[in-house]
Design a protein around this ligand. Sequence first.
Ligand code: AMP
Length: 451
Amino acid sequence: MPTNARADHDPPAPEPVEVLLGLGSNLGDRDAAIAAALDALGRVPGVEVVEVSPLLESEPVGGPPQSKYRNGAARLRTTLVPHALLAVLKATERAAGRVPGPRNGPRPLDLDILTFGGRTLDTRDLVVPHPRLHERSFVVEPLRALGVDVDAIPRIARPRVVDTPAAVQEASLAWRRGGCSIGFVPTMGALHEGHASLIRRARAECDRVVVSIFVNPLQFAAHEDLDKYPRPLSADLELCERNGVDLAFVPPVEAMYPAGFASRIAVGAEAEAMEGAARPGHFIGVATVVARLWSIVLPDRSYYGRKDAQQVAVLRRLQQDLCLSGELVECPIDREADGLARSSRNVYLSPEDRTAARAVPRALSAAVRAHRNGVHGRDELLGLARAELDAEASCTGVDYLEIRTDLELAPWPGDRPVDSSARILVAARFGDPATRLLDNASFRDEPPVVG
Ligand code: AMP
């Protein structure tokens, strides 16, 4: 029997699929490296090189300073599955002398799968169609030379915007199956550089980044600013796009709280003082929405700002108590140039109140600086901070100004000298109608710089 004969019970041979490949090189004899790679690929069982574009000369994009590239494209037919072809391409790159180096760094050979039949794939090491294909003339031109209708190749939208929990969960589970780690940044939108700093951290540490944008009615009391809370959705999505967010979850209220939704999560002592006392029920709303979001997104890491230090303490307790997945990452406070902590609510401040609001970081700074100069009495430090707030006529109220232990935020006894494990926290109101500003600082860190 000839070796290629097929018995009736054998599975049928896989149908060959057309693959478009990007070719590049900027080290050594570039044309020879590309030609040798195509020759080697053509000899791999299950791979046929059908057509190769002319090579063009192009400037490097990103990465360290480096010499020009030769780029082209090839049309293959293959019976290999996508990750098997990827493994062949990686081995071919290594055989050409490619070693691990900086992202977008110089390389003797670069072989990218641009399309794989009509398939869409989004895994840790392979995304097709290639997400940056359409933006790169050194890819588009060679493809056009092969007669490819580049505009007909679907673009992977980043961020993908979805509005149902089911769509988020589906994406999240697919990424997990593809070996991707998931970073999650929950927000109420009106995104600013503070949010962006969390997103960038998630981007650096995770394979895929999910941001939720949801003004959660459950955490607002009846007299609070739910209706006037800013909702600049298109600017928010632009910020997400600039910072590499993969998926933005923008649910309507009914998707988060469908008819019949009745559960509430009450967190213990962490939720009672300070914000909890000033805004009764607030942390029940926060814990409930975050638990639901957490279960929808299934993150490996979720990112929160230390600006809301008590929120972080509440969520840390929630995560431990309910065994919610992954790691909770606490990120530093991002401040405006003059020291005011960035907040979506800063837009409510009139120009005069905005200037006066600098008293908040100034108050924290005064306490931290005095501590560095040897003042360790709790009440004395609080008095110094309070004097800065009281000096501003437009500071219409101080909801709390307290020194507590870092992380757990337990009360700091008056007779215990304040040490570097303490944190000073404040909520103060400015202007009329009042805007509440929250801030805090550790006695371990540099004092906030106030301009
Ligand atoms: P929000 O949209 O106000 O609910 O905030 C969403 C997340 O961004 C929370 O974890 C906040 O603590 C965080 N965040 C807000 N402002 C800042 C800031 N200035 N610096 C760092 N994180 C922030």
